[in-house]
Design a protein around this ligand. Structure first.
Ligand code: BV8
Length: 244
């Protein structure tokens, strides 16, 4: 795979880089994305219907089971070459921020340090009443399990549709997008707000924006460069082209 010389020179010259990743970065690790068909049991549910406070209020056991199924899938998943290319890139720039919409923890597992989790972490559980993280609870067979402190329903520590993002995370992500010289948007359908606004914030502040996705997205026409391909392959080829 070849890259425009101008882009290779830009990547070699810039000091401040920000990256936004979505579910597509974990696709080559076998983790289903949101908008591609949900496999097996979940084929009849729309993730946007399940990842909401209303779904949890109306059918807490269904939502808990959906996350248990996803946690099992993710527990078997390993980082792919795209995750490792981003670990490599993090060492190459004086300032680097990895902003992820993913809740699978694969960036951290691969060794990325400067990770901003916009939408939480599926491996963490919190009390739906107190909002505090809960590590251990009695397994009484009741689903969802209950908070050992207050008896409230336990839930995954992720941001559902209609819920606010952790303010610190989104502020840090916005700052990174404003100050960077180069912004990568990788493996995201670029439709979920406010994360989807970040590449435009970078563009407004004069950054070069590079999109990597096998398909077109609403960002594609606005991006400075758009590479259509799987992130594991494209990112590995890019690291090779710039630093080998
Ligand atoms: C909020 C965690 C306000 C849970 C997720 C305008 C402004 C603000 C809000 C809104 C707005 N308009 C609408 C809203 C509401 C809503 C929203 O954006 N709706 C959309 C559908 C229009 N936003 C929210 O509700 C957000 N909250 O704004 O709150 C507020 C403020 C104050 C007080 C109260 C409320 C919260 C959004 C977060 C929802 N949580 N996840 C969980 O995981 O279960 S969203 C989830 O979907 C992901 O985290 C991700 O963010 C999002 C999008 O998914 P992607 O990562 O892009 O994945 P997707 O499947 O869509 O696409 C995969 C892509 O990969 C594809 O493009 C594919 O081509 C590509 N691909 C495939 N293979 C590969 C690949 N790419 C590379 N390599 C490959 N091999």
């Amino acid at each position: 795979m070849s890259f425009p010389l101008e882009l290779v020179q830009t990547i070699r010259a810039v000091k401040d880089v920000a990256v936004l990743t979505g579910a597509g970065v974990s696709a080559e690790s076998g983790v289903p994305t949101f908008r591609e068909a949900q496999t097996g049991l979940w084929v009849r549910y729309d993730p946007q219907e399940l990842a909401t406070p209303e779904a949890f209020r109306d059918n807490p056991s269904l939502v808990w089971e959906w996350y248990a199924w996803r946690r099992e899938l993710i527990a078997k998943a390993r980082p792919n070459p795209g995750h490792y290319a981003l670990v490599d890139m993090e060492q190459r720039f004086p300032s680097f921020a990895l902003i992820t919409q993913n809740v699978d923890g694969l960036h951290q597992l691969a060794g990325s340090k400067a990770v901003i989790n916009l939408h939480g972490n599926i491996q963490l559980t919190k009390c739906s009443q107190e909002g505090i993280l809960v590590e251990k609870w009695e397994d009484t067979g009741v689903i969802p399990p209950r908070c050992p402190h207050c008896g409230g329903l336990l839930r995954p520590d992720v941001v559902w549709f209609g819920e606010a993002l952790p303010p610190g995370a989104f502020n840090a992500a916005s700052q990174a997008a404003r100050r960077c010289d180069l912004f990568f948007s990788i493996g995201t359908s670029s439709v979920v707000e406010p994360a989807a606004s970040l590449p435009y914030l970078a563009l407004e502040h004069g950054a070069v924006v590079v999109e990597i996705n096998p398909s077109e997205t609403p960002l594609t026409s606005a991006a400075t460069y758009a590479f259509q391909g799987p992130s594991g392959q494209v990112l590995s080829a890019l690291v090779e082209a710039v630093w080998s």
